[in-house]
Design a protein around this ligand. Structure first.
Ligand SMILES: O=C[C@H](O)[C@H](O)[C@H](O)COP(=O)(O)O
Length: 247
């Protein structure tokens, strides 16, 4: 039976709180997007305000930037040479190799930029995100508006049943990313060969970024019920309390 929304909310909080163990004084952090990353930003802000933790960060979305400012976390603008000791971010799906599907909240481009500029990407997730095989969650793409018709044709030819993401508040309007691009959700159902799919998507002009994150995550903190596990690519899960190597 799948977990109830209240249980998943509790698991997000547990994973986010556990992720604080990766943070060290003086770190430069990438701040992820979505509801689980939001729990982390709030918890981090509390540590900054109440325990004098000194960190700086850059956010992967306007929403996370606003949240971080409200939480009292000093923010850094993008600049040449800026790297992150640690980025903490959520995921829509993760497998045993810590291959990820991201972008359910539309922040995949900035998320991939920061993940790539980070020495350590830590994923925080509730139990619903850990899957045996990627693909049930529709794969998000960020697409330049002019290229949309051809991108839809090309993704359909790959078997991805593309759907333009529409606004929930204004159903006639497409969702725009922070870069004013469109978002397309591709229903593959099963992504058997993620590396091959990435290569195919990278060949389609007009796709600014796609939501498969391969070889980027170093660890994932996944909460299930009241227990928290740490997953590392291809290695057995470690229980909370034996967090193993830190960044
Ligand atoms: O674009 C959004 C991000 O990739 C999120 O990290 C992802 O959608 C997971 O979000 P949530 O923690 O709300 O499930």
């Amino acid at each position: 039976m799948s977990a109830q929304p209240e249980q998943l909310a509790r698991e997000k909080q547990l994973a986010a709180d556990a992720a604080l163990r990766w943070v060290r004084d003086g770190m430069v952090l990438g701040l992820g997007s979505g509801s689980t990353a939001a729990c982390f930003i709030v918890a981090l802000g509390k540590a900054v305000r109440e325990q004098g933790l000194r960190v700086q960060g850059t956010a992967t979305s306007r929403a996370s930037e606003k949240l971080a400012l409200e939480a009292g976390i000093p923010l850094l603008e993008p600049r040449r040479g800026l790297r992150f000791d640690l980025t903490v971010d959520g995921a829509d799906e993760l497998d045993a190799h810590l291959r990820l599907v991201k972008g359910g909240g539309g922040a995949l481009l900035r998320e991939k930029v920061l993940a790539t500029a980070s020495d350590y990407l830590l994923i925080v997730a509730d139990s619903s995100k850990a899957v045996a095989q990627l693909g049930r969650f529709p794969l998000p793409l960020e697409v330049v508006p002019f290229a949309l018709p051809w991108v839809l044709d090309a993704v359909a030819a790959l078997g991805g049943a593309p759907v333009l993401r529409m606004s929930k508040e204004a159903p006639a309007e497409p969702v725009k990313s922070d870069q004013e691009n469109l978002l397309v959700d591709c229903h593959f159902e099963v992504i058997a060969e993620p590396e091959q799919l990435v290569a195919q998507l990278q060949n389609i002009p007009g796709i600014v970024e796609q939501g498969l994150f391969l070889g980027l995550a170093r660890a994932a903190v996944v909460a299930k019920g009241e227990s928290v596990q740490v997953l590392r690519p291809g290695r057995p899960a470690a229980a909370a309390g034996s967090f193993g190597e830190l960044p």
